[in-house]
Design a protein around this ligand. Structure first.
Ligand code: ZN
Length: 149
């Protein structure tokens, strides 16, 4: 048996070295992600300053400006993708938390402030015509300023 198959038996929530689903990320998982993103920094520098790198006239403040812009971009891209995938897994309908009737979901887009910038949150929102209320069923919503239902 390959070590990979063994790893799948021992850690069924790990696929292609990626942590799956709802398990809380460990400090080691976060460190691995940080190392991955660190390698992207080299790409950002090449894109910003060319293959030769920054000239001698570029000071640390300018370099930091590039790094901060890149970090904000990674933050927005990661949160937009993660919340989009989570919204998709909710499906087209959810039960109204008040009367239980199945209600169609729509997306409500808004900018959400987070550590390290902001992102466009396409939030899944249900509306119950019987109760005349809207509701937000996703877990990402509670941290984004709505009460979770
Ligand atoms: Zn209802």
């Amino acid at each position: 048996m390959s070590s990979w198959k063994l790893a799948l038996l021992l850690f069924p929530n790990v696929k292609d070295g990626v942590v799956m689903g709802s398990r809380k990320l460990s400090p080691q998982d976060l460190e691995n992600i940080k190392q991955l993103a660190k390698s992207w920094g080299k790409i950002v520098v090449r894109r910003a300053f060319g293959d030769e790198g920054p000239g001698l006239d570029v000071d640390l403040a300018q370099m930091e400006e590039v790094a901060v812009a890149a970090a904000q971009g990674v933050t927005a891209g990661a949160l937009e993708e993660a919340t989009r995938q989570q919204a998709q897994s909710l499906g087209q309908e959810q039960s109204c938390p008040q009367c239980g009737q199945r209600c169609g979901m729509v997306e409500k887009e808004r900018s959400v402030e987070v550590r390290g910038g902001n992102f466009q949150h396409r939030e899944p929102m249900g509306y119950c015509p019987a109760c005349r209320r809207s509701f937000f069923p996703s877990a990402a919503t509670s941290e984004a300023g709505h009460a979770r239902l």
